[in-house]
Design a protein around this ligand. Sequence first.
Ligand code: PLP
Length: 357
Amino acid sequence: AYNFCAGPATLPEPVLRQARDEMLDWRGTGMSVMEMSHRSDEFVEIADTAEKDLRELAGISEDYSVLFMQGGASSQFATVPLNLLGDTGRADYINTGIWSKKAIAEASRYADVNVAASSEDSGFTTVPLQETWNTRADAAYLHYTPNETIGGLEYDFVPDTGSVPLVADMSSTMLSRPVDVSKFGLIYAGAQKNIGPSGLVVVIIRKDLLGKARAETPTMMNYQVLADNGSMYNTPATYSWYLAGLVFKWLKEQGGVPAMETLNRRKSGKLYDFIDNSEFYANPIEPRFRSWMNIPFTLADEALNGAFLEGAEARGLLNLKGHRSVGGMRASIYNAMPEAGVDALIDYMAGFVKEHG
Ligand code: PLP
């Protein structure tokens, strides 16, 4: 079966097999990783190796701390302002879809939020170009969502914010294409798309932004505390961390992020080409900003949605139903989706048109 779920998403099969093989006895310790003390030599090695591999994959320098936190990406919607607002209390946000809006709503509880640009008028089918942004030079940071998982909208540029720290919710694009980390103040990513199990959230923060948390910030949300304790102020999500480490090793074996870029460009390109050349399927996003990871599409006749999904499932093409807020279909094709999965989907879509179109 091929699982097109937006998250939790498909994981690389070799990773799941290795986790199964090591489940009861990790390297002769007689213990599952799930049962290990997070302070044990064994687990500390697992944790350190995962961080080292992620640093290598994403090109993260020693100017940045890497944190393995909990509470998913949504907890970062509050954690970011609590830590970064500083004395100004001001933050700029770009609104390009449902995930941006959630981040804005949560930050507005703590910050003087300025929505510096929004593509809501277009139905979130485009990204407002930076020339049109109404940003503030004294904002504590600028937050944006490089890939909107629900809308299938992805920036093809990294904003230039000068001395204002750039903050990105990379949950659904992390490690899918090369990114120059040095352009960012902070990157966070919920793990359940390209990294590992849900609940885990990876935070990459430039070290000069540590230590600015508001006094009332919960200890567990204080980046400085997490950094000082190697993400082990409390018991971390050990098993998820271990699985993320296996995914990082798998990624390195595949040729790292550049190899993913080539593959993701090809996978998404052939699906968009097929949609564009068909009179039956449609994708509303301005071509330049089409996501490589999440590809929503509609059928010419909505009444056929049920039949489409039923037929897909019968062929092992799972979770193609679009998000409840936008309807239609959505194929999420993260790093771990093999090209054969995309080919199988296109085959099925072509056959469906012949039968129903
Ligand atoms: N941000 C983006 C872009 C997402 O796609 C998601 C989840 O799909 C989230 C945030 C929320 O992540 P979590 O469920 O881990 O809180």
